[in-house]
Design a protein around this ligand. Structure first.
Ligand code: GLU
Length: 464
């Protein structure tokens, strides 16, 4: 039973890298029957945490991730951190350090000049003298001076850091504020997190956090450091590549199941399976299968997955999703037909809406290129005859096949080529040549509306 957490620093919105670690943490907790907790790491920031929190909850709601219990805010836990700092001071595992800024800078410069890695030299570690005046001390942890700090990473395998790489780092600043690695360790321990799943940009923080766990006798969780998401060129993902607000994916017309499916595969795999329902993710996900190397963001794959889900969710669901894009089909008696027809080619809900509008809205212009190519001298006369045919048979024309039945003999008798008839009709009905089958469109619009649009095009001479 794993207890996991998502611990964002409030940056104002949730981006896909964050959502991916949240998803992995969520899946692992739910799969094992444990808990998934949410903690806002807001000790270091002046930003508006309420806004950031709202953005995260909004994104979680949209994709359907839910967390357990209350949201913990680090900014509200300062008393807890202070208590543990005091405990470490009392037990001699932490100490006041009175080095001034100037002294620290001087030490740093000397070390760099000696080609050493800059690090605190421990000069106040065992200090018993009288502290210098006028310096507000920081508090440092006594890190081990020799040996190794080892841990078994669920993704990366055995990790070993020399203790000398971890100096006596600051756990409380001179103003009393605890530092990042200190509070993360305290919170993960107190929140009883058993499995930490986070980006591998935090890998070098882990030995420091382990020093805190050991100093306080806390049980060390299992760490899983997930490699980054890169752009297709192998560079850091930028906003332009897709590192944007998760809610932007909603605005671009992605279904949440497509985004989650995309993210679960972006860094994790189960054989060569590409499509995963939430049930399958829950059944199959295991952090030990997280890829060891960075993954590449691939927009085509996301679109491919989205078109898969657009085709496979119910029409009722699609109609509901389309309302966000001001496309209201619920009252339309041909709703099923419209969606069946348009969803076949749509990669996003935005494209789906546009395909639907293309049929349902009276064209306000006719595509000149199509008109030039397909509207000839005798086209209008041919269309008038076709209208007459529709008029005569109107009462028995409902389904696409009804239109096909009367149109085929018309084409044969007049010895027409299909585009000669169908392209001008498409242009008259939708304004352009890129539209689904004419029979389907007429059947959706109904005979009267189709005749109206054909007449309008004829009267205007296909110019508007
Ligand atoms: N607050 C950190 C971040 O947003 C995450 C820390 C962690 O998961 O341990 O990158």
């Amino acid at each position: 039973m794993a207890t996991t957490r998502f611990a964002p620093s409030p940056t104002g919105y949730l981006h896909i890298g964050g959502l991916r670690t949240a998803l992995y943490s969520y899946l692992w907790a739910r799969k094992t029957g444990g808990e998934f907790k949410l903690r806002i790491e807001d000790t270091d920031t002046q930003r508006n945490n309420e806004e950031a929190m709202k953005a995260i909850i909004e994104a979680f709601d949209w994709v359907g991730l839910n967390y357990d219990g209350i949201v913990e805010y680090q900014s509200k836990r300062l008393d807890i951190y202070k208590k543990y700092i005091q405990e470490l001071l009392d037990s001699g595992k932490a100490y006041y350090c009175y080095m001034s800024r100037e002294e620290l800078d001087a030490l740093r410069e000397t070390q760099i000049a000696n080609k050493e890695t800059p690090r605190y030299d421990g000069r106040y570690r065992d200090f018993t003298g009288t502290p210098p005046e006028g310096v507000d001390p920081v508090i440092r942890i006594k890190a081990p001076k020799e040996g190794m700090i080892n841990f078994e990473d669920g993704v990366k395998g055995s990790m070993s850091f020399k203790s000398t790489e971890v100096d006596d780092f600051v756990i409380a600043r001179s103003n009393g504020m605890p530092t990042y690695n200190f509070v993360v360790a305290i919170d993960d321990a107190l929140m009883e997190i058993t499995d930490v799943i986070r980006g591998d940009d935090h890998l070098t923080n882990t030995p420091k956090q382990i020093v805190i766990y050991n100093a306080l006798g806390f049980k060390i969780p299992k760490f899983n450091h997930v490699p980054m998401i890169n752009n297709p060129q192998g560079k850091k993902l930028s906003k332009r590549d897709g590192a944007m607000d998760v809610m932007e994916y909603k605005r671009l017309g992605y279904l949440p199941e497509a985004l989650l499916n995309f993210l679960v595969r972006l860094g994790w795999s189960n054989k060569d399976q590409e499509i995963f329902s939430m049930e399958e993710m829950l059944a199959l996900f295991d952090p030990s299968n997280i890829n060891k190397s960075a993954s590449a963001y691939n927009e085509d794959k996301l679109k491919w997955l989205n078109s898969h889900y657009i085709k496979n969710v119910s029409n009722e669901r699609l109609a509901k999703e389309l309302e966000f894009f001001d496309c209201f089909l619920s009252g339309h008696d041909k709703k099923e037909m419209i969606l069946d027809l348009c969803k076949e080619r749509a990669q996003t809900l935005v494209e789906l809406k546009s395909a639907i509008d293309n049929i349902l809205e009276v064209p306000t212009s006719y595509e000149a290129k199509g008109v030039n190519k397909f509207v000839k001298e005798d086209t209008c006369a041919m269309l008038e005859e076709y209208i007459a045919l529709l008029e005569v048979n109107k009462s028995s024309l409902h389904l696409a096949c009804d239109f096909e039945e009367i149109t085929k003999p018309f084409i044969e008798t007049k010895q027409l080529k299909f585009p000669q008839l169908f392209q001008p009709i498409r242009i008259a009905l939708t304004g352009g040549t890129q539209a689904p089958s004419v029979y389907d469109i007429i059947s959706i619009l109904g005979c009267d509306e189709a005749i109206k649009r054909l007449n309008k095009a004829i009267v205007s001479g296909f110019v508007q």
